[in-house]
Design a protein around this ligand. Structure first.
Ligand SMILES: Nc1ncnc2c1ncn2[C@@H]1O[C@H](COP(=O)(O)OP(=O)(O)OP(=O)(O)O)[C@@H](O)[C@H]1O
Length: 200
């Protein structure tokens, strides 16, 4: 499987954020998108996820499921955790499994992978920032999709959480997945760098 972007241009609010941007990643590869505030890292992830239309350029996923679009084969984890505060940990995961469709994985196992299985019935409103992030990471595991688009995935994670997340990423890559992660911090895993320029 190969995910690539060619000659991508992104314009937001009438201002060019980036142009002439190329990238490619094959199964088992992770790209760390780095650069200063405002460089366009989130915008690039949103373009790949199909949430923003590029002003120019193309994105292709070769070797995926021909019946599905790229957004249907990708998980987008934004830097804000998309959780419903009144629902419990387990109910939040159930919501996402329903929303995402496809074959669901065992919810308890997904929560165990991020060490949240002790808090399944706690309302999301009561979770700490790091626990909310762990629950968002469990969403990546709840329905298998080959492409992971991650925005500051390690923010709010403590050292143990970061270590767990490295294991989660390694398993995904070993299974032939692709990860594109925007980050200001080292991911703790060998990655290729895509450096974006621009001013704050
Ligand atoms: N909805 C919007 N309308 C207009 N401009 C926007 C919008 N969203 C983002 N921008 C602008 O696009 C540029 C790129 O923003 P983006 O969030 O992609 O940067 P980033 O590299 O992810 O930054 P950070 O490191 O701060 O997260 C910024 O100048 C930002 O102000």
């Amino acid at each position: 499987m190969r995910l690539s972007g060619r000659n991508l241009k992104c314009v937001r609010g009438g201002r060019e954020v980036f142009s002439g941007l190329d990238f490619s990643a094959s199964s088992g590869e992770i790209i760390a998108v780095t650069g200063p505030n405002g460089a366009g890292k989130t915008s690039l992830l949103r373009v790949i996820a199909g949430l923003l239309v590029p002003a120019e350029g193309t994105i292709a996923l070769v070797g995926g499921d021909a019946e599905l679009s790229l957004p249907e084969q990708a998980h987008y984890l934004g830097h804000r955790d998309a959780l419903k505060p009144a629902l419990s940990v387990l109910e939040n995961l159930a919501f996402w499994r329903e929303f995402l469709g496809g074959k669901p994985e065992d919810a308890k196992q997904c929560l165990a992978a991020v060490a949240l299985d002790h808090a399944t019935h706690l309302p999301a409103a009561y979770l700490s920032a790091g626990q909310r992030r762990r629950l968002s990471i469990a969403r990546l595991l709840s329905v298998r999709r080959p492409v992971w688009l991650l925005d500051e995935p390690t923010s709010a994670l403590d050292a143990a959480g970061q270590q767990l997340f490295v294991g989660v990423m390694r398993d995904h890559l070993a299974g032939g997945g692709i990860i594109i992660a925007a980050t200001h911090m080292p991911l703790g895993i060998e990655s290729r760098d895509l450096r974006m320029g621009g001013a704050a």
